[in-house]
Design a protein around this ligand. Structure first.
Ligand code: ADP
Ligand code: MG
Ligand code: MG
Length: 902
């Protein structure tokens, strides 16, 4: 009989041969290229160690174990332990102290670290290894009991929160109560006896709240902490952040276990964070903050107001800089930051601790920055010969440019300054103030614009920060949570605005004699840090300076042309200012909705016969001609594609009896007749109904009028000495016969106009490819087309059988469960819709090798889709005016990435 049945589940993923990587001076097992398995933090700790930079020794447990941990149902597999114990022994040997030693204990930090940095997403535990015995040993060996007990109380706070799931505010309140009782302002004023009392109280509270005693065994502490880091990969806030930044769940986090260095050993000790260049403006100036006698997150958490690192920066605020306070460590820091920047050839975000005057580096990574800073840093680094122009292009993220394409505050506008805080993340925004993240989310859902006002933010506020237009905090520096996360999101943020007195209980903020209530409107200027009363006027953005320079570089590299979708002279002008090389889609129906013409459109629609319809169309002709004339004029010889009428006629007619009555009166017809006519236009599936070229197959005079308007406008411009080549585009073609018929109609009408005016001009007749049948039969359709333009919105709807207007209810689930990688209306479904685009292009060019092919759906402005269109070999993309610069950069990146592959 078999007795030995193992119940332990076999891992689905194979066990890696090596999964613990040691790092210490002279023997680092990892390097910066190993981010996938070591995470960014671990890989860079190893790399810095190899560069000879002082880093406390430690080891990294690889990201693969995170997957094993999840597969084992949130348990650390037994086979992980021996490798960890062995690595700990190596650390002990390096430092000359033993983990858990009661005389002179080795303490460690346990830190998370994924491939992509996720600031503030996962919690670090410091001072691990302390208990009632080791704390006494540490007090003696350091000859600094205050430091030992301060470290112990910090450890209990962090561990009970992160590992034991206790609400950290309970201990925080206990600490605050003690400070109040003793009339202390700062944590640093607490004495050894205070700290001892606090530790006792903390442990009692932990027991009371969790029903468990605080673990005394250092190894039990370690396993608990390692497990907690792996678990934190799947907390709701980590998941939210991942979704926001498209980070796959499968990446996992690594765990770094590192010997501690102490910034809380007295006035010759400190902890700090810095950027090698200004992350907000990009200015080439070392930039950072620190706190004397502090540990870890104190700087970021806004517990005390941090001090600037450099003398220059400190001068403005009258604070003491690191440069002055600890000059030796400062000089060493400067040397190291320069070394790091030169090594990584990018702006670095660094974390350091000074223990009794000695500097230790704890982290480096490529720093997050605003779009404006990214452009400035890229241009400066090109000039410094640190990177090439091509590298600069590849480093910039096209969608981040969006930040620069929004309106900014009008410098000439009247405004009342309420206060000035730190310019943490640029932008000019206004909204109604709310004081909680929940409310920010709720109000946003009700369609309101909100500004989230907090004393400071924490990772729990992520959803509220996403929902808000901008963020205002009264506490915290340029590296506070609010500032870092807002910059990462490209969201406007004013931080550390000390003059603002936030009162959560009454939901008010007091500032400069004003008491603002929830719902009152303020404006933030994230570039100056100013806060204004009410709404301040904004102005449109411009392409200039570094932005323009990068765009020119991108233009020199890209193969795809970038056009715009524009229906009005204003949009066309905006797009030209942003560098559009033509109009890829002018939707003529938008012109039909103008208040001065909609009634004529309606008369045309309800006409009973051709004569009536032609009479109505004759009213529209001069208006359309003028529309086209203006558009052609602005585009000044650049190609302009005009799509003939597309939507179902039902969209133009009134829908209530009231409106129908009014219309009947205005156009002098009978109400009943009008109503039944409107009713007869109703369709169950209008998107698949009587629309697009089908309108002109039944009512050719509609397209004839539009073609005439185009031709007459062209003649007029030619007679004024202008050049132009109109492109007339027929929508919703399914068969070659449709296009054949409508091409004949178009050509005949143009001929007529040319004969009447005695003017000749070149023009093209093409079609949209937006039905699968058209893509599949593109070789025969190309016989009658001078160009193709993929209408990927409709092509997505018809290929997936998915209505863009109704799919919101379930599409979210499809994306969050991974059934679809992305919303197919935002980023093209490459496998499905994309195949049709490729097939249509190839078939079309089989018939006409030089057939011009573009795309004019929303996807024309999406960087990933643009990369795909480049690979397919399209000639151009067309997108909304404000996405033109994004498309220019994305097209350049696509060209460079393509080159790299070959
Ligand atoms: P995050 O990913 O949130 O930045 P980190 O793992 O970098 O978290 O830890 C936060 C801070 O904790 C560090 O910036 C550093 O100040 C402190 N810290 C981490 N490990 C150590 C250590 N071994 N010694 C001293 N301080 C440490
Ligand atoms: Mg953290
Ligand atoms: Mg860090």
């Amino acid at each position: 009989m078999q007795t030995n049945v193992s119940t332990e589940e076999k891992p689905k993923t194979t066990i890696p041969q090596k999964f613990v990587y040691f790092f210490a001076a002279g023997e680092s097992e990892g390097n910066a290229g190993m981010k996938n398995i070591l995470g960014g933090k671990g890989a860079n700790l190893a790399e810095m160690t190899s560069l000879g930079i002082p880093v406390p020794p430690g080891f990294t447990i690889s990201t693969e174990i995170c997957t094993h941990y999840s597969e084992a149902g949130g348990k650390l597999p037994e086979w992980v332990r021996p490798a960890v114990t062995a690595a700990m022994a190596k650390v002990e040997a390096k430092i000359g102290k033993k983990f858990g030693d009661v005389k002179d204990p080795l303490l460690v930090s346990v830190r998370s670290g994924a491939r992509a940095s996720m600031p503030g997403m996962m919690d670090t535990i410091l001072n691990l290894g302390l208990n009632d015995q080791t704390v006494e040993g540490l007090a003696k060996s350091s000859n600094n009991p205050r430091f030992a007990w301060d470290s112990y109380r910090r450890f209990i706070q962090m561990y009970s929160d992160v590992v034991m799931g206790m609400n950290s505010s309970l201990l925080e309140v206990t600490l605050e109560d003690l400070k109040e009782e003793k009339h202390y302002k700062l944590d640093t004023e607490m004495t050894v006896d205070d700290l001892k009392i606090l530790v006792k109280k903390f442990k009692d509270l932990v027991h009371q709240m969790t029903g468990q005693s605080f673990p005394a065994d250092p190894w039990e502490q370690l396993w608990g902490a390692v497990s907690a880091v792996f678990s934190s990969w799947n907390t709701p806030r980590a998941i939210t952040y991942r979704e926001l930044h498209s980070i796959p769940a499968s990446w996992g986090t690594a765990v770094n276990v590192q010997s501690m260095v102490f910034g809380n050993m007295g006035d010759d000790s400190a902890t700090g964070v810095a950027f090698t260049r200004n992350p907000s403006t990009g200015e080439k100036a070392f930039y950072g903050e620190f706190l004397i006698n502090a540990q870890g997150e104190d700087v970021v958490a806004g517990i005390r107001t941090p001090q600037p690192i450099t003398k220059i920066a400190a001068a403005a605020s009258g604070q003491m800089s690191l440069e002055e306070a600890l000059p030796h460590a400062y000089n060493q820091l400067v040397e190291i930051y320069k070394k790091l920047e030169a090594h990584y050839r990018d702006m670095q975000d660094i974390e350091f601790t000074i223990e009794k005057g000695t500097l230790w580096m704890l982290q480096t990574r490529n720093g997050k920055r605003t779009a404006a800073a990214a452009l400035k840093i890229a241009c400066d680094m090109i000039d410094e010969k640190l990177i090439t122009e091509q590298e600069a292009i590849l480093r910039l993220e096209p969608s981040a440019l969006d930040q620069l394409l929004h309106p900014t505050l009008d410098p000439k506008a009247q405004k009342t300054v309420l206060a000035k805080g730190l310019p943490a993340s640029p932008g000019g925004v206004n909204g109604q103030i709310v004081f909680s993240s929940e409310e920010a989310v709720e109000w946003k859902e009700q369609g309101k614009k909100v500004i989230l006002v907090r004393v400071e933010t924490s990772p729990e506020d992520i959803a509220g920060m996403i929902a808000a237009q901008g963020i205002l905090t009264s506490r915290g520096g340029m590296t506070s949570h609010a500032a870092v996360v807002a910059r990462g999101m490209g969201k406007c943020c004013v931080a550390g605005c000390g003059d603002v007195d936030v009162d959560y209980r009454n939901e008010t903020m007091k500032v400069k004699g004003y008491v603002l209530k929830k719902g009152d409107v303020i404006t933030l200027d994230g570039s100056t840090g100013e806060v204004y009363l009410g709404e301040v006027k904004t102005i449109e953005p411009k392409l200039e300076g570094t932005f323009e320079r990068i765009m020119k570089i991108a233009d020199g590299v890209r193969k795809l042309k970038v056009r715009t979708n524009a229906d009005t002279p204003k949009d066309a002008q905006t797009a030209r200012n942003f560098g559009a090389e033509g109009i890829g889609l002018c939707r003529t129906e938008h012109m039909f909705f103008g208040p001065d013409r909609i009634d004529a459109v309606r008369e045309m629609i309800i006409a009973d016969n051709k004569t009536e319809r032609e009479r109505a169309l004759a009213k529209l002709l001069p208006m359309q001609r003028d529309d086209f004339y203006q558009l052609f004029k602005i585009m000044d010889g650049l190609p302009v594609t005009i799509r003939l009428l597309d939507p179902p006629l039902h969209e133009f007619v009134p829908h209530t009896d009231e409106e129908t009555k009014d219309l009947a009166k205005r156009i002098g017809t009978d109400f009943e007749r009008l109503r039944s006519k409107v009713k007869s236009l109703h369709e169950f599936n209008p998107m698949l109904g009587h629309r697009g070229c089908r309108l002109a197959i039944t009512y050719p005079e509609i397209y004839a009028m539009q073609v005439r308007a185009i031709a007459e406008a062209a003649c007029q411009l030619i007679s004024e000495g202008k050049k132009l080549i109109p492109e007339i585009m027929i929508p919703l073609i399914a068969t070659d016969k449709e296009l054949d018929t409508l091409r004949v109609l178009t050509v005949n009408e143009v001929k007529k106009v040319q004969a009447e005016k005695g003017i000749k001009f070149d023009y093209q007749v093409g079609t949209m490819i937006e039905l699968p049948r058209a893509a599949i039969t593109a070789d025969s359709i190309a016989e009658y087309a001078d160009f193709f333009s993929f209408g990927t919105n409709d092509l997505t709807q018809t290929t997936l059988g998915l209505s863009r207007d109704d799919s919101g209810r379930f599409l979210g689930t499809y994306v969050s469960t991974g059934i679809l990688p992305k919303d197919p209306f935002m980023s093209i479904d490459q496998q499905g819709v994309g195949s049709l685009v490729r097939m249509g292009t190839d078939l079309g060019r089989r018939t006409k090798p030089h057939l011009k092919v573009g795309v004019c759906g929303e996807h024309g402005g999406d960087p990933d889709s643009i990369e795909f269109f480049h690979r397919v070999g399209l000639d151009y993309v067309s997108c909304s005016p404000f996405r033109v610069p994004i498309a220019r950069l994305a097209a350049a990146r696509a060209a460079l990435l393509g080159k790299k592959l070959h």
